[in-house]
Design a protein around this ligand. Structure first.
Ligand code: NDP
Length: 240
C-alpha cells in the first residue's frame, strides 16, 4: 500500500483528509503537540480498518522535520498534503516578528521542507500528488492577516511554479482554497466576526471539513490525472 502524508492531520480539515485518504493509503500524519487528538484520529481510522500513523513534528523546526523525513525515506510516498497552518492575527503595525515568523514558517516554509523531502521519491517513481491547502485570505486578502495572507498567497505561487517544474515526471501539484470551514480555527473567532463571515457566503453556511477533504481525495485519485497547477476554491461561492 502506498503512503499518503498529511501535515496537521490531528484536527479539523487535516483530520477529515486523513480519514478520507485512509481507505486507499497508509496515512502518516503530522501534528505539533496535541497527543490526545492525534491518538483519537488513529483510533477512528483503525476502527474502520484503515492504517494511520501519527508523528509529532514541528514544521517550524528544520531538525524536527528532518527526523520525520528520514523515516519517510524508506516509504513509497505518493501523496503529500501540506495542510498545517496557524493564525496569529493582528494589524501590521502591531505585528511582532515572532507572529510573522510562526505563521510563515508553519504554512509556507513547512510546505517547502516537506515537499522537498518527499519529492525525490515521487520523481524517481514517476508518480506523485502534492496537494497544498491555501486560504481565501491568500487570494483576496484579509485585514489583520498580512502574515497569513502572505503565507497562503505564497502557497498558490509555490504550487504553480512547482507544477511547471515537475509535471514531466508525472507529479502533479494543486492547491485547494477553503473559505469559511467549521473547525477550531474558525470557532476561535469572535461570534460577531463569524456571523459577518457567514452573511457573505452565497451558500449561507460554513463549510464542513469533509467537503474540503472530498476535493483533496479527488486530487489524490487517478480521476484527477490531467489537473496540475490548479487552485480550486471550496468556499460556498464567497470568492467567486
Ligand atoms: P486547525 O487549527 O483545526 O488544525 C491545525 C493543525 O495543524 C493541527 O493538527 C495542528 O497540530 C497542526 N499544526 C499547527 N502548527 C503546526 C506545526 N508547527 N507543526 C506541525 N503541525 C502543526 O486548522 P484547520 O483544520 O481549521 O485548518 C486546516 C488548513 O485549512 C490550514 O492550512 C488553514 O489555513 C486552512 N484553512 C482553514 C479555514 C477554516 O475556515 N477553517 C479557511 C481557509 C483555510 P496541534 O493541534 O497538535 O497543534
Amino acid at each position: 500500500m502506498d503512503t499518503a502524508v498529511v501535515t496537521g492531520g490531528s484536527r479539523g480539515i487535516g483530520r477529515a483528509i486523513v480519514e478520507a485518504l485512509a481507505s486507499e493509503y497508509r496515512v502518516l500524519f503530522l501534528y505539533r503537540c496535541r497527543d490526545d487528538a492525534a491518538a483519537e484520529v488513529v483510533g477512528a481510522v483503525t476502527a474502520r480498518g484503515g492504517q494511520a500513523v501519527a508523528r509529532r513534528c514541528d514544521l517550524t523546526d528544520a531538525a524536527s522535520v528532518a527526523e520525520v523525513l528520514r523515516e519517510l525515506d524508506a516509504e513509497p510516498v505518493t501523496v503529500l498534503v501540506n495542510n498545517a497552518a496557524v493564525l496569529r492575527d493582528g494589524h501590521l503595525l502591531l505585528m511582532g516578528e515572532d507572529n510573522w515568523r510562526v505563521v510563515v514558517e508553519t504554512a509556507l516554509t513547512g510546505t517547502y521542507r516537506m515537499t522537498r523531502g518527499c519529492l525525490r521519491g515521487m520523481l524517481e517513481r514517476r508518480c506523485g500528488r502534492i496537494i497544498n491547502i491555501g486560504s481565501l485570505s491568500g487570494v483576496l486578502g484579509q485585514a489583520g492577516q498580512t502574515n497569513y495572507a502572505a503565507a497562503k498567497g505564497g502557497l498558490v505561487a509555490f504550487t504553480r511554479a512547482l507544477a511547471r517544474e515537475v509535471g514531466r515526471w508525472g507529479v502533479t501539484a494543486n492547491v485547494v482554497i477553503p473559505g469559511w470551514i467549521d473547525t477550531d480555527l474558525v470557532r476561535a473567532l469572535p461570534e460577531k466576526r463569524r456571523r459577518e463571515a457567514m452573511a457573505e457566503v452565497p451558500l449561507g453556511r460554513l463549510g464542513r471539513a469533509e467537503e474540503v477533504a472530498a476535493v483533496v481525495r479527488f486530487l489524490a485519485s487517478p480521476a484527477s490525472s490531467y489537473i496540475t497547477g490548479a487552485a480550486i476554491r471550496v468556499d460556498g461561492g464567497i470568492g467567486a
